[in-house]
Write a protein that binds this ligand. Structure first.
Ligand SMILES: NC(=O)C1=CN([C@@H]2O[C@H](COP(=O)(O)OP(=O)(O)OC[C@H]3O[C@@H](n4cnc5c(N)ncnc54)[C@H](OP(=O)(O)O)[C@@H]3O)[C@@H](O)[C@H]2O)C=CC1
Ligand SMILES: CC(C)(CO)C(=O)C(=O)O
Length: 288
């Protein structure tokens, strides 16, 4: 039994708490005292398997060291969270979409062993204490460049995430870049045209999908044919999904466009990427 903390009790944080609490001691750190109180009273319910578990919940100001701290907030929450995280030296796991958090973490949490991850499970929070597992996917984790994990450490991580289809990767940058390309194409286009992921397979959008895929793969030094093939596979697998960016726009929430196209624009000021970036920023500003 491991001592795990999860920071952020949103969709992914609640989903992880729902599965990991079955075998481990889990503490969920919430932004508000209200949500912590509700979780301590009612537990966390996984609506998909109709099961309630009882992790401990605390407000984030009370963060203390744990064996693992999984950070499950949005990419744009990371910056303001850094001073709190920097107070505890531990093994951190970051699962954000995009890349903007990577430098912040590698610079700000030098004393800790950090892992970056990508999550392809679908999670949707329906209430402060309830979450649905909307799509079975996997979790890939890779050590940050300054983290040299031992075989025993890797084995422990694998056992921790076993219920969620864990894969350990060794090239963190390659892993994050591949997911970045997927998010850089699917998310802005689906949010722009207000369509489900699968509609990108229609001939109407083919030129735009190929064009963005070409630009991003060139910028990230990825093989275009392979990247396009992987992209089409993910679009097909998630064809019924609304991308997280489309959901954010529909729910009048801030999107992760800065961590995705915004990050890529810091590498090269590509005019088509800027067009898509600005379109989403304008939608975001109009909504908030
Ligand atoms: N949902 C999904 O299916 C998937 C999500 N991801 C990625 O996972 C990450 C998290 O996504 P998701 O769970 O959907 O996002 P949510 O917005 O549902 O959850 C984020 C949570 O973090 C909380 N939070 C914000 N700041 C703090 C803080 N300082 N201390 C404690 N908690 C805080 C928010 O609280 P409040 O709401 O009160 O602001 C919210 O509950 C994103 O990067 C996303 O791209 C990846 C794959 C799938
Ligand atoms: C893979 C994809 C595009 C699935 O919807 C996703 O990660 C997201 O919506 O953020």
């Amino acid at each position: 039994m491991l001592d795990i903390a999860i920071v952020g009790a949103g969709s992914v944080g609640l989903l992880l708490a729902a599965y990991l609490s079955e075998k481990h001691t889990v503490t969920l750190y919430t932004k508000t005292a209200e949500q912590a109180t509700l979780i301590n009273q009612k537990g966390v319910t996984n609506l998909t398997i109709k099961k309630t578990v009882f992790p401990r919940a605390e407000i984030i100001d009370r963060l203390i060291p744990h064996e693992y701290i999984i950070v499950a907030v949005k990419s744009y929450h990371i910056q303001s969270l850094m001073p709190t995280l920097a107070n505890v030296s531990t093994c951190f796991i970051f699962i954000q979409n995009g890349m903007s958090h990577v430098k912040e973490v590698e610079f700000g949490l030098k004393q800790s062993s950090n892992w970056f991850g990508i999550v392809t499970h679908g999670a949707k929070k329906y209430a402060p204490t309830a979450v649905a597992h909307t799509g079975v996917g996997e979790i890939k984790l890779a050590p940050s460049t300054n983290n040299l994990p031992t075989e025993a450490g890797i084995k422990r991580l694998k056992s921790l995430f076993r219920p969620l289809n864990i894969h350990i990767e060794h090239d963190c940058k390659a892993m994050l870049h591949k997911k970045l390309l997927v998010n850089a194409v699917i998310n802005p286009l689906t949010a722009h045209y207000n369509i489900k992921n699968g509609q990108l397979l229609s001939a109407v959008y083919e030129d735009e999908v190929r064009d963005l895929c070409k630009r991003v793969s060139k910028l990230l030094d990825l093989d275009y044919d392979e990247a396009y093939r992987d992209l089409i596979t993910i679009i097909t697998k998630t064809k019924e999904n609304e991308s997280s960016m489309l959901q954010d726009i529909k729910n009048q929430r801030r999107t992760e466009i800065d961590a995705i196209l915004g990050y890529l624009l810091t590498l090269e000021n590509d005019y088509r990427m800027r067009f898509h970036y600005e379109f989403i920023k304008k939608r975001e500003e109009a909504l908030m």
